[in-house]
Design a protein around this ligand. Structure first.
Ligand code: PBG
Length: 344
């Protein structure tokens, strides 16, 4: 077929090709792509969030998170052993609290025999090389679903901090390795650090949810812990406005000054700019939480055949590494750990 005459290549374009730079050279084979790869995802990057429920031999599906289950303590112990076998460094545990045990002040949070503490003791007794992280916030325990104590419609900051210190101590006593305050009250990191130190928990680490945004992506988590039906209003007086970035830097700076060993950004994928800014600014261990809604999006789309599950999962996790995260809390942790083990 006779082709139309093409316009001559302009000198500027010709220069690029003649200069010798051809970006595609490094991309042409698998071995060279591996050789020039800047970021890697490994099992050491993973923290596995797990939901707990009462009973024995219970694996209760969370409908808005296909593939995720609420586990009774014995099942959680089994999964902790699986984490150890896979080499996952840490798990984060979240309780579904019986609605009858929820009240205005979240008093069940201070019960040394609550679900979280029972799971801590049971998993700890296995002496696994797996760190246990616990969430400090009142929302799984309050009848109103908020993270703090309330007077009318107002969250009482300082009274809440006092309650959170007690919650952190109850968890540390039961064996928590990493206290992770997700409540976003002002001053809680310093107060919890002091409380832990005063009770011989000097070695208990703190991972601060430093930049936690008031996000729509927590929906499935609230289903999993049973707070979606109960939550009155929203959390915008304590969680951050998704429009802000400087504020995240100030939050992280305060938490680090107050004694946080590690900081976290949450949600993950829509906030990679925040991960990068915090990592560049402070050079402290920085984590991202790929939250329930992010998991649900990938699980739902791939369940419908609209995305390739494994590729979307791996790409989403690698993006955190590229943004500078030292690790990722992800519900994909066991799946991705299995995949990485298979690659070896
Ligand atoms: C509780 C808490 C939440 C998440 C972790 N800890 C929910 C919330 O703040 O409403 C969300 C995690 C997820 O969506 O996966 N303070």
């Amino acid at each position: 077929m006779p082709s139309k005459a093409l316009p001559p290549i302009t000198p500027a374009h010709m220069d690029t090709l003649l200069s010798g730079t051809r970006m595609r050279r490094n991309r042409q084979t698998d071995w060279t792509r591996r050789l020039v790869r800047e970021n890697h995802l490994t099992v050491d990057d993973l923290i596995w969030p797990v939901f707990l429920t009462d009973g024995e031999n219970v694996r209760q599906a969370v409908p808005s998170m296909p593939g995720v289950f609420r586990l009774s303590v014995d099942e959680a112990v089994r999964e902790a052993n699986r984490a150890a076998e896979l080499g996952i460094p840490a798990m984060a545990i979240f309780p579904y609290t019986d609605p009858d045990l929820r009240d205005e002040t979240g008093s069940e949070a201070l019960n040394p025999d609550n679900l979280t503490c029972r799971a801590l003791r049971a998993i700890k007794s296995e002496q696994l090389n797996v760190g246990l992280m616990t969430d400090v916030a009142l929302d799984p325990y309050t009848s109103h679903g908020h993270d703090g104590l309330m007077q009318g419609d107002t969250i009482l900051n300082d009274e809440t901090v006092d309650q959170l210190c007690r919650q952190a101590l109850v968890q540390a006593d039961a064996g928590s390795d990493v206290i992770a305050p997700s409540d976003m009250m002002d001053g809680r990191i310093g107060a919890i650090r002091q409380a832990l130190d005063s009770q011989n928990h000097r070695d208990t680490q703190i991972m601060a949810y430093s930049a936690k945004y008031a996000s729509a992506f927590y929906g499935p988590f609230r289903d999993a812990v049973g707070s979606s039906g109960t939550l009155k209003g929203d959390k915008r007086t304590y969680q951050m406005d998704p429009a802000n970035t400087d504020e995240a830097i100030r939050e992280a700076e305060l938490d680090i000054a107050e004694g946080a060993d590690m900081v976290m950004v949450k949600p993950g994928m829509p906030y990679l700019d925040i991960v990068r800014r915090i990592k560049d600014q402070f050079q402290v261990p920085t984590y991202a939480y790929q939250v329930s809604g992010e998991y649900a999006m990938i699980a739902a789309a791939s369940g419908n055949g609209w995305l390739d599950h494994d590729r979307a999962m791996l790409e989403s996790l690698l993006a955190f590494k590229r943004a500078g995260a030292d690790g990722i809390l992800t519900y994909f942790a066991p799946a991705v750990a299995e995949m990485l083990a298979g690659d070896q």
